[in-house]
Design a protein around this ligand. Structure first.
Ligand code: UDP
Length: 335
């Protein structure tokens, strides 16, 4: 899935040893696979809270792949791992709207304390760090598309959804502060609805949930009236972007949206999933209050402005949504 990079001479000038926190997760495991395919050496740390050992099973015998099942709060371990590598992709985080609702304390602690540890240790060794943030930080802004320098519009502290957004915003402030204060190379990436094989619907992500429901012949649960819109990007495109930003010094000290600009309503998405999977499932509209509880606020529309990303990364030919959905159908059929 990940072609080896043609321009190997250019790449040799850059880093070849990477630590991926959260490397047994959905995106982290794809990133590990892509780096190994290019000839890099990869260390993974993951506590398997939302990640899964199954995700890295195919990589475990690889001579350039190393993994530790532990928390990123383990300071001596993190010091050792960061010392070994040239750069860190920090993906470990509490993710998924459902998890955030069920475990708000853990969400805040993991996202803020974990990032502090990574940045502090990396600054001592002057390692480049890419901090993974989220389109959630834009909050409920009604502007479309969202550009990186836009104001953030978060809801009240009584709604746990915003704790996640706020914790990610703190991570961003901290990463940019390290860059400004002592020139430590940091990059912030804001992922927009990323999808692909190995993503689980367990934590609320809509495409694997719909595909799972369609394959089981169950009704597809569309929350609200399904008019809310999202842009879905295939994980392979996201991985391509984060690697390119890690290798490019021009990215340092900047924030980048990573996402697709093609929009679809959730109702239409449900219809696409039914069609592409050949399912006989029906669509069931579920009120938000029933799906998430009373204090939930959903976002009507979320589109990334990718101008800044496209200046550094080829972003013209993304994997089409139908292929992305098919890749999830294929994965869940085999699972
Ligand atoms: N959604 C849905 N049914 C589900 C899960 C999610 O209709 O079973 C909706 C959800 O309310 C949101 C959209 O799909 O409007 C995307 O949800 P997801 O949790 O994947 O991402 P996010 O809310 O972070 O964009």
């Amino acid at each position: 899935m990940y072609p080896a990079k043609a321009d190997t001479d250019r790449r040799k000038k850059y880093m070849t040893k990477y630590l991926i926190t959260g490397g047994a997760g959905f995106i982290g495991s794809h990133l590990a696979e892509a780096l190994l395919a290019r000839g890099d050496e990869v260390w993974v740390v993951d506590d398997l809270s939302t990640g899964s050992i199954v995700n890295i099973d195919p990589l475990r015998g690889h001579a350039r792949f190393h993994y530790t099942i532990d928390t990123i709060m383990n300071l001596p371990l993190m010091a050792e791992l960061i010392d070994r590598v040239d750069g860190v992709f920090h993906l470990a985080a509490a993710v998924g709207v459902k998890l955030i609702f069920d475990h708000p304390v853990e969400t805040i602690q993991t996202n803020i304390r974990g990032t502090e540890i990574v940045l502090d240790l990396a600054s001592r060794k002057r390692r480049k760090v890419q901090i993974t943030s989220s389109s959630e930080v834009y909050g409920k802004g009604i502007k479309a598309p969202f550009a990186e320098d836009d104001d953030l519009l978060l809801g009240p502290t009584t709604c746990p959804r915003w704790a996640y957004a706020c914790s990610k915003a703190i991570d961003e402030f901290l990463a940019l502060a390290y860059w400004k204060e002592n020139g430590m190379p940091t990059v912030v990436t804001r992922f927009f609805n990323t999808v692909g094989p190995r993503q689980t619907g367990m934590y609320g992500m809509v495409i694997p949930r719909f595909v799972g429901q369609a394959l089981a012949g169950e009704p597809l649960t569309v929350f609200g009236d399904g008019s809310q819109r999202r842009c879905f990007v295939h994980v392979a495109d996201v991985v391509r972007a984060v690697i390119a930003l890690m290798e490019n010094d021009a990215a340092n000290g900047q924030v980048f949206n990573i996402g697709n600009t093609e929009e679809i309503s959730i109702l239409d998405l449900a219809r696409r999933v039914i069609e592409l999977s050949g399912s006989r499932s029906e669509i069931r509209l579920v009120p938000f209050a029933e799906a998430y509880g009373g204090d939930f606020e959903d976002l009507n529309r979320r589109v990334p402005d990718v101008t800044r990303l496209a200046a550094l990364v080829d972003w013209n030919r993304l994997i089409p949504l139908d292929d992305t959905i098919r890749s999830v159908i294929g994965f869940l059929r085999r699972a």
